[in-house]
Design a protein around this ligand. Structure first.
Ligand code: HEM
Length: 348
């Protein structure tokens, strides 16, 4: 959908045909049939009520769904999140590196920077788990995990060890180590993938940003127009028809922040990238704004995402990087994460 604004600040995005169709057919609708067995939902009250009526089940949880059939306990989930949180905090305490160069193809350049910032001291065996190539097929992830778990030895005493890697090395059996490495990948990879997607989207939509514009507003606005987690799936369950009788007992529901974030009934100039709108709005409470999921079960990683995204924006703004003037088009594919697939950043 074109989003060109008169002043030319909001760059247009070419969406994959299915997303384009979703936007053109359903923008402004609160509930609609998407597939014979799936209802799309984008009304703010309805989304809140449906998400609050039952917690996500094990298979619906993006990060802690079962690992090779083994359920991830809440205690394990929280241990791993605390470990990665502590590794991210330690990385952010290091001063900004003047030599860092973020020119080149994004999100790749950002991904590599984040990987080196947070997991750079890790042995290759671990670093490979946050590699972008592992996204290609779950089989590749699986083989990296399996071979890593089989050959892992304790590092030399002086080798730096992240909190996350210690969790893996502390496990005793091969099965536990493999499970731990899978969880390592589950929590470490989003740090690189989601944050690089978010900032790439922001740069394409609105860079260069005015000096007075806070990073926080840029991030909130990029999460609105191009939310990396653009849909939230809940499989059919008896609570849903009780909330709205248009939902049948066999219907899955797909909640669509992508649509509610652009609903003309909820936003002024919904298609425009206007970071300044957040001067007067609250990102935790604005109706229909749920880039990090429902209030009842909001993303556990968001406190890491924001400072990491700000760190990337600080470097881009410090170095005065701009989107290459030769690039006039950008694609958003139909993928797990909603991200502009390539943005070329250059020094002017
Ligand atoms: C731009 C960055 C991110 C966005 C937009 C995002 C978005 C979301 C959304 C929408 C949910 C709710 C999903 C649902 O209810 O079905 C969620 C849940 C969650 N997120 Fe994030 N997330 C981001 C980054 C991260 C990172 C970096 C981590 C971990 C290091 C993380 C860990 C989690 C966890 C643990 C949950 C709870 C549900 C589960 O077990 O998977 N997120 N996130």
């Amino acid at each position: 959908m074109p989003q060109q604004r008169a002043g030319g600040r909001t760059r247009p995005v070419e969406f994959a045909p299915r997303i384009e169709e979703l936007l053109s057919r359903h923008l402004g609708s609160h509930l609609f049939r998407l597939e014979p067995d799936t209802i799309g939902v984008a009304g703010p009250d309805l989304m809140d009520r449906l998400l609050a009526c039952r917690p996500a089940n094990a298979a619906e949880r993006p990060t802690f769904k079962p690992v090779q059939g083994r359920l991830v306990s809440r205690a394990d989930a929280s241990t791993y999140m605390q470990a990665v949180g502590s590794d991210v905090r330690a990385a952010l305490q290091r001063p900004q590196d003047a030599a860092v160069d973020l020119t080149g193809r994004w999100p790749h350049a950002a991904h590599t920077y984040l990987r080196d910032l947070v997991f750079g001291d890790e042995s290759l065996r671990f670093r490979v788990l946050v590699d972008r190539r592992l996204e290609l097929t779950p089989k590749i992830t699986w083989s990296a995990v399996a071979s890593g778990a089989a050959f892992l030895g304790k590092p030399r005493n002086d080798a730096p060890l992240s909190k996350l890697a210690s969790l893996v090395l502390d496990s005793t059996s091969y099965a536990d180590r493999r499970y731990a490495m899978y969880l390592y990948r589950r929590v470490a990879a989003p740090v690189c993938f989601t944050v690089s997607a978010l900032v790439t989207n922001a740069l394409w939509l609105g860079a260069p940003f005015g000096d007075g514009v806070p990073n926080r507003n840029i991030i909130l606005e990029a999460l609105r127009l191009l939310p990396p987690s653009w849909n939230i799936l809940r499989v059919a369950s008896p609570e849903f028809p009780a909330v709205d009788e248009r939902i049948g007992p066999g219907d899955d529901i797909l909640l669509l922040p992508l649509l509610s974030h652009r609903d003309p009934g909820l936003w002024d100039e919904p298609g425009e990238f206007l970071p300044e709108r957040w001067d007067g709005l609250d990102g935790d409470r604005h109706p229909g704004y749920l880039p990090f999921g429902p209030a009842s079960e909001r993303c556990w990683g968001r406190h890491m995402v924001l400072p990491l995204a700000e760190r990337l924006l600080d470097i881009v703004r410090r170095d005065g990087l701009v989107v290459s003037p030769d690039q006039t088009r950008a694609r958003v594919e139909l993928d797990g994460l909603l991200e502009v697939s390539e943005v070329r950043m250059v020094r002017p």
